[in-house]
Design a protein around this ligand. Structure first.
Ligand code: G16
Ligand code: MG
Length: 217
């Protein structure tokens, strides 16, 4: 009766969106593109390459593949400078307690993220040891809302999709979980994540009884 509990990274485990924002903003400023919080919202859960395309389109900037490559490298270096300063205090409230509760109850804990930096981030905040499997931006070819990242995650721990539960903060991620036939749990606003099976503002709103029901479902 072992289930797979699949966690998204950014917006669920840690708030790296603020660092992505600062790194993208620096690049946008250098290209004279007005980078707003509204555009930043569109980048949630989206791959690095796709994020750059969205930003360039916003500023009507045409670029050669060489330029784009240079900017992607620059953005990632700036982003990693923030990541290197991360520690356990960056873990969102009650996330580590939930990870502990799942491991104590002999469940699989899996990461399903679009980020290519997922492993170093989990290491920096010192929770890598909780994970039985990691699927990230280095493993998948199709981005959310395609279910590939979550299907691979369940496959890695050999759990059926209907016995897999996904925690997600993005609309595309909830859609991916639903398409995969998994239980989708939104972390964020109900109005935004209305397609999720259950929704909580954050993990402090989700008690252990609820998690136990998921385990025994
Ligand atoms: C995260 C963020 C996205 C970011 C993507 C790729 O996804 O939400 O904004 O563009 O990773 O990140 P990187 O540049 O580190 O490869 P997720 O799926 O963890 O929410
Ligand atoms: Mg996310």
């Amino acid at each position: 009766n072992k289930k797979a509990f699949i966690f998204d990274l950014d917006g669920v485990i840690v708030d790296t969106a603020k660092f992505h924002f600062l790194a993208w903003k620096k690049l946008a400023d250098s290209l004279n593109i007005n980078f707003t919080h509204e555009i930043n919202e569109q980048l949630k859960g989206v791959s690095r390459v796709r994020s750059l395309e969205i930003i360039l389109a916003e500023g009507n900037v045409q670029a050669t593949p060489e330029d784009k490559n240079k900017w992607l490298i620059q953005k990632n270096e700036d982003y990693l400078a923030f990541v290197h300063q991360m520690d356990a205090s960056e873990i969102l409230p009650r996330v580590e307690e939930v990870l502990q509760f799942l491991k104590i109850n002999n469940q699989f804990v899996v990461l399903g993220s679009a980020s290519k930096n997922a492993r170093p981030i989990l290491e920096k905040v010192n929770i890598l040891h909780y994970f039985d499997a990691i699927v990230d931006g280095n493993d998948v070819t199709n981005a959310k809302p395609d279910p590939e990242v979550f299907l691979q995650g369940a496959n890695k721990v050999s759990v059926a999709y209907e016995n897999s539960i996904v925690f997600e903060d993005s609309v595309a991620g909830i859609q991916a979980a639903n398409t995969a036939g998994m239980t989708s749990i939104g972390i964020g606003e109900k109005e935004v994540l209305h397609e999720s099976d259950f929704c909580f503002r954050d993990f402090t709103e989700m008690n252990n009884d609820f998690i136990m029901q998921l385990i025994n479902k």
